[in-house]
Design a protein around this ligand. Structure first.
Ligand SMILES: [Zn+2]
Length: 70
């Protein structure tokens, strides 16, 4: 079983969530491999990119957001 598969990444028009860390408008949503989901603003999405990639089964990016972890 390959546990190093990259998560699927979708681009969506606009995210309505708020960042779970700071409350700013989310630019990235993560569907966790373990269930549940998280949202991050651009700043936190980039800061936590390695962790996000590790735990995500699916990632949604707001259109136009250049995620450093992509
Ligand atoms: Zn944030």
């Amino acid at each position: 079983m390959n546990t190093l598969l990259s998560p699927a990444i979708d681009t969506v028009g606009e995210l309505t969530e708020r960042c779970d860390r700071c409350g700013s408008a989310a630019k990235l949503e993560v569907v966790l491999a373990s269930g549940g989901d998280l949202a991050f603003c651009g700043h936190h999405a980039n800061r936590h990119k390695a962790d996000i990639t590790r735990v995500a089964s699916r990632i949604r990016l707001e259109e136009g957001f250049e995620w450093a972890g992509r």
